[in-house]
Design a protein around this ligand. Sequence first.
Ligand code: UDP
Ligand code: MG
Length: 246
Amino acid sequence: MSAEPTFIELSFVIPCHNEQDNLRPLVAAIRAAVEPLARTYEIVLADDCSTDATWPLLRELAAADARIRGLRFAKNAGQSAAMWAGMKAARGRFIVTLDADLQNDPRDLPQFVEALKQFDCVCGSRVAARGQGDGFVRIASSRIANWVRNKLSGETITDAGCCFRAFKRECVADLKFFKGMHRFLPTLFKIEGFTVTEIPIRHNPRTAGAAHYGVWNRLFASFYDLLAVRWMKQRMFRFQIADRVN
Ligand code: UDP
Ligand code: MG
């Protein structure tokens, strides 16, 4: 037996809040998607202080498979915070973030892995498939939010709120995380000089647990964050050192 730790290629990072009925099918779906690709992987689940049985179940899944790792917040801190804590714990060369509720479909994984050969970050876009998983109000509010976001931040991403993404781990190395940041990750990566692309993905309805966002928090809660990102984009400096002495 070798003492060398296994090199992990893919770290799946998943924020979870009250997702007890989704965890088992989620882990099964990820396994089914990743195993044909013959990649080493881990699944990092960040429990945002769920009040249901998410945490005991996560412990049970982790006890049965060392590739499943978990952390639990002492207090509910929000999706961005859970994603951030999961990303910090991730050890893989690439990070794949997705939601716990199976609205993002792990069967799209091969397309992400393929696109990672050419880009630092690959973002899923639900625009084409949105009608399969969401009703009119959610679709319309998401469209409006994306339009405003793009207009004010000079962005072209069609579905910034979609958290099914894959990227090199170094993309997040220098970022400062803030609440609501998960919606701006592609823009922040671009500011750092990383290349970003979008691919169309599937979009399933949520079959268990409750959605965390409605029209109001989707449309307006992120407006304040948007101004910060707009400011950051305008004020960030980029430079290359051409020469050094001593
Ligand atoms: N989530 C979380 N903390 C929160 C809200 C959401 O960890 O305070 C997780 C949730 O469990 C899910 C993901 O973030 O894995 C996205 O949430 P949801 O599916 O409810 O969002 P929506 O489909 O409404 O965009
Ligand atoms: Mg969802």
